[in-house]
Design a protein around this ligand. Structure first.
Ligand code: NAP
Length: 301
């Protein structure tokens, strides 16, 4: 991927055009961030290295891993995928992780989830050296985020906040509502929004009267994985929405948690699905891998 100054200008112009139409274009914003990383890697001769561990033959995981490989190659991040059979034992998986933890050249280890049922995802994730946990899922990194120390921020939450920042949404003092409380998405988003001085309400499946809460929101981040969870009547005029959800509708089409067509006219800004948070997740993985390498060579803390 050769990026010229002209192309970067074009990407930036596209982001602005979409923002004027009320769309936060995650694909274009991701391209802009990736292009800038590529320029930095080339100019400074950086050599970050990401290893992905793929256990078993889950078809969706294969597709995600291919996306990640392509994204790394496009910006000059060396990468390798270790494909382990679905019968891999915990002992074998841990031995592989240990080997990568001890390999000085490796900057990032990505354990593609889900794992086959006989392997415990949490135990395997915690086996990764926190210094190489570029997914930001190790409790050491989640804990550092919580207490405000430099860390690897988990990729989807970081990507979601980055979209808000690049769209110049005012976070300080904003009334933000996050729907979904997983460790992967909702909880870290709450902490990141609070760090930006938003006032945050966290909702989940037992929340009583969700519409009365979302109607008071300046910003809604929907991460429940429920089609049409957010409808027009639940949103106030001028609200900003980040739709993290990925669902397939009856026609097999990818959709988010928001009834996009009917909700969009009431919003000031909204992310589409696909083309919103999704491209940002991989981009932040690349950013964390680059950060890990820079920490290794003493360019970053
Ligand atoms: P998850 O672990 O299943 O968590 C879903 C959360 O949503 C839970 O906290 C659940 O509440 C809450 N919830 C479910 N139904 C609800 C309802 N009707 N009202 C309010 N809250 C409700 O899912 P996840 O891993 O966080 O992922 C969430 C969504 O984001 C999924 O669609 C996933 O595919 C998508 N995702 C997208 C990306 C991306 O790159 N774009 C990355 C990761 C995930 P309880 O805790 O009470 O059960």
């Amino acid at each position: 991927m050769e990026i010229t100054v002209m192309e970067l200008h074009e990407i930036t112009a596209q982001i602005d055009t979409k923002l004027a139409e009320g769309i936060i274009d995650g694909k274009a914003i991701a391209n802009e961030i990736r292009a800038n990383m590529k320029i930095e890697i080339d100019e400074k001769g950086l050599k970050p290295y990401l290893v992905t561990l793929l256990v078993g033959d889950d078809p969706a995981s294969q597709v995600y891993v291919n996306f990640k490989e392509k994204a790394c190659n496009a910006i000059g991040i060396k990468n390798n995928v270790y494909r382990l059979s679905k019968d891999t034992t915990e002992e074998e998986l841990f031995a592989k992780i240990d080997e990568l933890n001890n390999n000085e050249e490796v900057d990032g280890i990505l354990l593609q989830l889900p794992l086959p049922d006989h392997l415990k995802e949490q135990d395997a994730t915690m086996r990764i050296d926190p210094k190489k946990d570029v997914d930001g899922l190790h409790f050491v990194n989640q804990g550092k985020l919580w207490v405000g120390m430099p860390t690897f921020k988990s990729c989807t939450p970081w990507g979601s906040i980055e979209l808000l920042k690049r769209a110049k949404v005012t976070l300080k003092g904003a009334n933000a509502v996050v729907i979904g409380r997983s460790n992967l998405v909702g909880r870290p988003i709450v902490r990141m929004l609070e760090a930006e001085n938003a006032t945050v309400t966290l909702c989940h499946s037992r929340t009583v009267d969700l519409p009365s809460i979302t109607r008071r929101a300046d910003i809604i981040i929907a991460a429940a994985g429920r089609i049409n969870l957010i409808t027009e009547d639940m949103v106030s005029e001028g609200c900003v929405i980040i739709d993290v959800g990925i669902n397939r509708n009856e026609a097999g089409k990818l959709v988010g948690d928001v009834d996009f067509e009917n909700v969009k006219p009431k919003t000031s800004l909204i992310t589409p699905v696909p083309g919103g948070v999704g491209p940002m997740t991989i981009t932040m993985l690349l950013a964390n891998t680059l950060l890990s390498y820079k920490r290794k060579i003493g360019l970053e803390n």
